[in-house]
Design a binder for this molecule. Structure first.
Ligand SMILES: Cc1ncc(COP(=O)(O)O)c(C=O)c1O
Length: 370
């Protein structure tokens, strides 16, 4: 890996909002948290946090889990029986980035549906349900939605559309799970209470460890029965925890102090997208609704050259995937960082597209995971 020149300032890490480290207030809260054993349901910090989250999301109950992936898994296990199918947007995180748990663990067959900007249309959902109900198909029992939608570039599905999709699913006998890893980004961008986005789902997951800056953790919420069943499944997959109040303590600080500031990340993403577009990169500024942007990588682009050039400026970016580079803004990237990073990225991009890549370099471009 290229070393960073001595005169370069600190790292500007645009790989993901998961790189955010806990705030001093979180570390303080974690070290002072009142703790018990969550397996016995007597960790007071976990109990208080779960109650706060349930209330915030307009759900009956909530449960702390280690990760968003585990949250999605235990919700699906709680809502849909083995041998059934679930409808999911074709590029949803569950479908492409969760290491195949639907088949590997849950015994579920995916029925992927192409969305527009990450959102499944009403007609497309109705058609997918009808197809999945054909006699030889695995019967559809679950609809999985994602908001914001990561691979679509942090796009938002409006609450009214979520409600319409949930109504169709419920009327057809399907339960609804919302992968809301970045649901607070959607709520803040829309200026709506988060419960407007979650209350139509039977279960929802959100991540503490992304823009909310906690060191780890996610939460699932839903009806009391669904969460109780998810709790049983969390135990099955080895996710039971003991003095988990240290995680919940950071989560409580996050909900009090990290939500509204997500608007800054959204402004910075717009700024980054605008500056890159103005520097002739292929970026759709209008599509930037929250904290994720994509820049298309042109043919003949020398990724190795680009990567070592931006890295030498202290900027860290994930390798391209599906012909695009993803850039994510978060608490540890300021507006001046964005100005600097956009200048460096634009310069490196321009040079890289003029390089004729060797066959080796082309072969070496790894796929990013996001
Ligand atoms: C939309 C979405 N869902 C779920 C996850 C999984 O979260 P975790 O990394 O905590 O398992 C991610 C992670 O990037 C995500 O972007």
């Amino acid at each position: 890996m290229t070393s960073i020149s001595a005169n370069v300032r600190r790292i500007i890490d645009l790989r993901s909002d998961t790189v955010t480290r806990p705030t001093a207030e979180m570390v303080e809260a974690m070290s002072c948290a009142e703790l018990g054993d969550d397996f016995f349901r007597d960790d007071p910090t976990v109990l208080a946090f779960e109650e706060e989250v349930a209330d915030l999301l307009g759900m009956e109950a909530a449960m702390l889990v280690i990760s968003g992936t585990m949250g999605n898994l235990v919700c699906a296990l709680s809502l849909s029986p083995r041998g059934s199918s679930f409808i999911v947007e074709a590029s949803a995180h569950i479908q492409i980035n969760e290491s195949g748990w639907p088949s590997a663990i849950a015994g579920l067959t995916p029925k992927p549906v192409e969305g527009v900007a990450g959102t499944i249309g009403v007609d497309a959902l109705q058609q997918a349900i009808a197809e999945a109900k054909l006699r030889l198909s695995a019967p559809p029992r679950l609809l999985c939605l994602e908001n914001t939608h990561n691979a679509a570039g942090g796009r938002i599905t409006e609450p009214e559309h979520l409600a319409a999709l949930a109504d169709i699913a419920h009327a057809s006998g399907l339960r609804v799970h919302l992968d809301g890893a970045r649901i607070f980004n959607a709520a803040v961008a829309l200026g709506r209470p988060v419960r407007d986005l979650t209350k139509h789902a039977d279960t929802a997951t959100f991540c503490l460890s992304k823009g909310l800056s906690c060191p780890l953790g996610a939460v699932v919420a839903g009806g009391a029965d669904a969460v109780q069943e998810a709790r049983r499944w969390r135990q099955v997959v080895g996710g039971g925890m003991r003095q988990a109040g240290i995680i919940a303590a950071a989560g409580r600080v996050a909900l009090n102090s990290m939500v509204e500031r997500l608007a800054v990340d959204h402004d910075n993403a717009k700024l980054l997208a605008t500056r890159l577009r103005d520097a002739s990169l292929d970026v759709d500024v209008e599509a930037v609704e929250t904290n994720i942007i994509f820049a298309k990588v042109p043919g003949g682009f020398d990724y190795d050259f680009f990567q070592s050039d931006v890295r030498a400026s202290g900027i860290v970016i994930m390798p391209p995937k599906a012909g695009r580079i993803r850039l994510v803004t978060h608490r540890e990237v300021s507006a001046p960082d964005i100005v600097f990073a956009s200048d460096m990225i634009a310069k490196a991009f321009d040079l890289a597209r003029r390089q004729a890549p060797s066959a080796d370099a082309r072969m070496a471009v790894p796929n990013a995971v996001y």
